[in-house]
Design a protein around this ligand. Structure first.
Ligand code: ZN
Length: 560
C-alpha cells in the first residue's frame, strides 16, 4: 500500500527549518522519499494543500496499562496526534500479577489512576501473569498506535512481597527475585524500569504505593538489573528523598539515562525546579545522562472532597483517605483534623500539590441548585466574604452538599514566564501528559498540540520547529526508539498533518464512556487534519476514523 502526501510544509523533527512544497512518499509502513514533485506512481494521493506535516507525537509519559486491555484505541491520544505512547510510567503497571493479587493491584491503582475499582474490575482483561506475557498480549492484539512499556516497580514489588509490599523494605531474597523479574522484562522488550517515590502517590485507603517503601539498596539493585540488559531508561517520579545528587549516583553506577519527573513550577517555591534543572545540568556536564521531565500544561485538577487528590500528599490528610464515606463528613468537621491540615499547609513546601493558594481554587459545579451563585468563584473570595478561614469555609460548604461539590484547583505550573523557561531548558524533556491516569481530575493527552499552538504560535516561546523536535525526534532519541520521530526516508511513516495557524487543544469536557459508563475528562484536537501510524491513516480532521485500521505495534527493540 502506497501513499503520496503532496504539497506539504515538512517539519522533519530534527529542528531544521520547515520546507514548503514537499511531497512525502510512503510505501508500506515506511517513508521512502521526501522531495519536490515526486511521482505518484501507483500511490493514492493526499493533497496537503500547504499544511504542515511532522512526525507523529511520541508521548513518553502515559498510563494506559489498564485501559489498553479494554480500549485498543488508547482514547483520546490518537486523535490528538500521538502515534507512540510509552506506558507503565511511575511504576504503576498491572504486570506482573498473579490471579490472587489482582484485587490488590487494582485497589492500588484506583487512587492514582482516577478510576473507580468498578471500572478496573469491569474493564481489565487479565490474559497474562508475567511481564513477558503482558507484552505478548499487547503485541498479539491490535492497537491503534505504537506502544512501548516500562516494567513497573510497584507491580513487581506486589508480585514478590504481597501485602508486605506496602509495609516494609525488602530482604535479600525478595530483592533477588525482583531483580530476576526486571531482567526478564527487559529481555522481553520493556523500554526501561519505572518507579515513584512521590508522596502524592497513594493507593486505596491512603496506603503508599509499594515503590515508596523501597530503600536505596533495593532501588540500586533494580536499576542495576535493568542496566545489565545494556538497554533501558530509568524513570521515576521523584519525592523529597530521592534528590538529584542521589539520582546522579544511580545513573553513574548504571550508565543508563535517568528521566526525572515531575518537574512542575510551584509559585510558593519559585526557584525549586530551576535549582533541580541546574543540578541536572551539572550532572550532565559530568557525563551522566539525566533529564528533567517538565510539563507545558498548568496542573489543574477537578476534584471532590470525597476524593481530594490535591490534598492527599499532606500527611495531615491521611485520616481522610482511611475513613469510609459515611464517617468522612464527621472527620472533616473535626477541628483537630482541620488544625493539623492548616498547620501542615503553613509549613514551607517540599513536594506537594496544593500549597494553600486559595485564590487558585474555585467551585466548578455545585450539587444543590440553590448554591449556583458560587459557581466560578474562588475559595479565597468566598471565605473572605463570610469572614471564615478558607479551609473551614471549603469543608463546611462541601459537607453541606454531601461532599458532591466539584472544585477545580490550578495547583502548579501556571506561571507563564517560569514554565516558558522550563520548556526551553536544554536539560528538560517536555512530556507528562499522564494520559490514561487521573481520568476524573484532568486530561493533558493533547499536550503536544498545546505546545505547538499555545507556547510556540501564541506566545512565541519557541519556534515551531523546536516544538516539533521536542515532541518527536528528541523523545525518540532519549528513549532509544529506532526509526521513529523524523520525516525522512527509512523512517517509519508515523505522521501528523496539521494547520499551524489553528493547532491546539480544545476545552476540557466530561464524557461517560469508561466501562460501566463512568466519567472521564477529555479534550478535542484543533487544527489536526490527519494522523498516520505505520503508513495507515487512523484519524482525519481531529477525529479518530471509524473502522480505521489498527496499525500500531508493540515496540520492543531499542537502541543501546
Ligand atoms: Zn505518571
Amino acid at each position: 500500500m502506497s501513499v503520496l502526501i503532496r504539497n506539504a510544509r515538512v517539519i522533519d523533527g530534527t529542528g531544521a527549518p520547515a520546507e514548503a512544497c514537499l511531497d512525502v512518499r510512503v510505501d508500506g509502513d515506511e517513508i521512502t522519499a521526501v522531495g519536490a514533485g515526486l511521482d505518484a506512481g501507483g500511490a493514492s494521493v493526499v493533497d496537503a494543500d500547504g499544511l504542515a506535516l511532522m512526525p507523529g507525537i511520541v508521548d513518553t509519559h502515559t498510563h494506559y496499562d489498564a485501559q489498553i486491555t479494554w480500549d485498543a484505541d488508547l482514547t483520546p491520544s490518537p486523535a490528538l496526534g500521538v502515534t507512540t505512547a510509552v506506558i507503565g510510567n511511575c511504576g504503576f503497571t498491572i504486570a506482573p500479577c498473579r490471579e490472587a493479587d489482582r484485587d490488590l493491584v487494582m485497589r492500588n491503582l484506583t487512587q492514582v489512576e482516577g478510576m473507580s475499582i468498578e471500572v478496573l474490575r469491569g474493564g481489565i482483561r487479565w490474559d497474562f501473569e508475567t511481564v513477558p506475557e503482558y507484552l505478548d498480549m499487547i503485541a498479539a492484539g491490535r492497537t491503534r498506535i505504537n506502544v512501548a512499556a516500562f516494567v513497573g516497580h510497584s507491580a513487581v514489588r506486589t508480585y514478590v512481597m504481597k501485602d508486605a509490599a506496602v509495609e516494609r523494605a525488602a530482604n535479600d531474597d525478595e530483592i533477588a527475585e525482583m531483580r530476576r523479574i526486571v531482567a526478564d522484562a527487559m529481555a522481553a522488550g520493556a523500554i526501561g524500569f519505572s518507579t515513584s517515590t512521590a508522596p502524592q502517590h497513594n493507593g486505596d485507603g491512603g496506603v503508599p504505593m509499594p515503590s515508596r517503601l523501597a530503600d536505596d539498596r533495593e532501588l540500586a539493585a533494580l536499576v542495576g538489573a535493568m542496566a545489565e540488559s545494556g538497554r533501558g531508561v530509568f524513570m521515576l517520579t521523584k519525592g523529597n528523598r530521592t534528590d538529584v545528587p542521589y539520582l546522579e549516583e544511580l545513573a553513574a553506577a548504571a550508565g543508563r539515562p535517568v528521566m526525572i519527573a515531575a518537574l512542575l513550577h510551584n509559585s510558593t517555591n519559585p526557584t525549586g525546579t530551576f535549582d533541580e534543572l541546574e543540578q541536572i545540568a551539572a550532572a550532565r556536564a559530568r557525563g551522566r545522562e539525566l533529564w528533567g521531565q517538565v510539563s507545558c500544561c498548568p496542573l489543574t485538577m477537578d476534584f471532590t472532597i470525597a476524593s481530594a487528590y490535591p490534598f492527599e500528599s499532606l500527611k495531615a490528610w491521611a485520616p481522610a483517605m482511611k475513613t469510609g464515606r459515611d464517617a468522612l463528613p464527621g472527620l472533616l468537621a473535626d477541628s483537630a483534623f482541620r488544625d493539623a491540615v492548616k498547620a501542615e499547609l503553613a509549613e514551607p513546601a517540599g513536594v506537594r500539590l496544593f500549597n494553600g493558594e486559595w485564590e487558585k481554587l474555585e467551585i466548578v459545579e455545585v450539587a444543590r441548585a440553590a448554591n449556583a451563585a458560587v459557581e466560578g468563584r474562588t475559595i479565597a473570595e468566598l471565605a473572605a466574604e463570610a469572614g471564615a478561614q478558607p479551609l473551614d469555609w471549603m469543608l463546611d460548604f462541601a459537607i453541606g452538599e454531601g461532599l458532591e461539590t466539584v472544585f477545580t484547583a490550578v495547583l502548579l505550573n501556571s506561571d507563564v514566564d517560569a514554565v516558558g523557561r522550563m520548556i526551553r531548558d536544554p536539560n528538560a524533556s517536555v512530556a507528562l501528559s499522564d494520559a490514561g491516569a487521573h481520568l476524573t481530575f484532568f486530561c493533558d493527552a493533547g499536550f503536544g498540540l498545546h505546545l505547538m499552538g499555545h507556547w510556540s504560535r501564541d506566545l512565541g516561546v519557541l519556534p515551531l520547529e523546536a516544538a516539533v523536535r521536542e515532541l518527536t525526534a528528541k523523545p525518540a532519541e532519549i528513549f532509544r526508539i529506532p526509526g521513529r520521530g523524523r520525516v525522512a526516508p527509512g523512517y517509519k511513516a508515523d505522521l501528523l498533518l496539521f494547520d499551524p495557524d489553528t493547532v491546539g487543544r480544545g476545552p476540557k469536557r466530561r464524557v461517560f464512556d469508561l466501562p460501566g459508563g463512568a466519567p472521564r475528562l477529555t479534550t478535542d484536537a484543533v487544527g489536526v487534519e490527519g494522523v498516520w501510524v505505520n503508513g495507515r491513516q487512523i484519524a482525519d480532521a481531529g477525529e479518530a476514523l471509524d473502522g480505521a485500521p489498527m496499525p500500531g505495534r508493540l515496540l520492543r527493540y531499542f537502541n543501546p
